[in-house]
Design a binder for this molecule. Sequence first.
Ligand code: GLN
Length: 280
Amino acid sequence: MTQTVQQCLLSARQQLAQCVPADEANIEAQLLLMHVLEVNRAWLIAHATDSLAAEPANAFQALLHRRLQGEPVAHILGTREFFGLTLKVTADTLIPRPDTETLVEAALQKIHGAMRILDLGTGTGAIALAITRHAPQCEIIAVDASAAALAVAQQNASSLQLHNVQCLQSNWFTALGPASFDLIVSNPPYIEADDPHLQQGDLRFEPLSALASGTDGLQDIRQIIAQAPAHLNAGGWLMLEHGYNQAEAVQQLLNVAGFKNVQSLKDLGDHLRVTLGQLP
Ligand code: GLN
């Protein structure tokens, strides 16, 4: 029996709603069908009553099946939208999240002139590439400990033709030598190692090294804060994403390390998600 675009989406949405929240089920059904038909969201709406040919209908069912088995949509599509950029995503990278756009916006507010910027643990390159798109005058170094992740960041930089981002393999600051920056940004791993969420949903498919950080989730943040002052110019900023309940701890770590003007910012979900401080 042939289905219309609308019927196909409705049925997929109902099945997806068994495993993800209703609003996400709707978006995910649309993303999968957009991918199969190679159309945008406006097309789906304008063509809601078109009937779907057997071939795309079957291809869509195959993708829906993969999603219902747990595979993240970003892995099925191979891409994720972040700050207006379409980024390649693989199993070697964290899947960029809307929460992290808060960090990009905060960084853009601090940027004036041709600053030197460091993105620690760049993954897909999401933060560095979003910054350079809006502040092309800056020179950005994006590091990651994972060569596989870095290859993805490099591919994203090339395909988006964003040439002011230099990708470098480094475990936090280790490969940087004495290099100094005006702004350091990072979305490091910050989940507690025994957090049950690591065994749930999309997180099961993402690199653990990008998610978990010691028993209190702060192991990497502690290391970054301790080492950042040696790599920041006077008046430079350090800006970190962290867990919804870690703002106070991160503020304290920044204060102890000698940072001034320490403050936390809320994400779209109203959680304190980013904390920043300035070197005197
Ligand atoms: N915000 C992510 C989550 O809770 C974690 C990403 C990270 O550890 N940097 O799913």
